[in-house]
Design a protein around this ligand. Structure first.
Ligand SMILES: [Zn+2]
Ligand SMILES: [Zn+2]
Length: 134
């Protein structure tokens, strides 16, 4: 089981299952919403994701026709996003998890959208858009 929270602690959550398909996403949306070179996201079954407190502190932002991002209205921490086409899944922002996690990132994605000042290093596979199978 994993625990997580936003920066101010108003939103507390837990994950009772595993985290799959962890990727470092370098797309422009992820860069802007995180304010950094990339976002590290993974997939959790919606039934394994539980908000323990502060659900009313989450604000939704509809970032595209099919996707909504949820963040803390006090401190701005991004927590999850949900896709209309995959209601049984939640995409979790790995930085919001406060436990050590067992799973590891599998790839860098949207590398053609990376910031021109970023150099991607390491041995993980790099994909120009989504990883294969999405
Ligand atoms: Zn907060
Ligand atoms: Zn992205």
């Amino acid at each position: 089981m994993y625990s997580g929270a936003c920066l101010c602690g108003a939103v507390q959550f837990e994950i009772t299952g595993s985290i799959s398909k962890i990727v470092h996403c370098h797309c422009s949306q992820c860069r802007q919403v995180q304010g950094s070179a990339f976002a590290t996201n993974g997939i959790v079954n919606a039934s394994d994701f539980k908000i323990l407190s502060g659900e009313d502190m989450l604000t939704a932002y509809v970032s595209s026709a099919w996707q909504t991002k949820y963040f803390c209205q006090v401190c701005g921490s991004p927590i999850i996003s949900k896709s209309d086409s995959k209601p049984d899944q939640v995409r979790i922002r790995l930085g919001a998890i406060t436990s050590d996690i067992e799973e590891r990132p599998m790839a860098h994605i949207f590398t053609t959208s990376k910031a021109n000042w970023e150099e991607i290093s390491g041995d993980l596979p790099q994909y120009e858009s989504y990883e294969p199978g999405r």
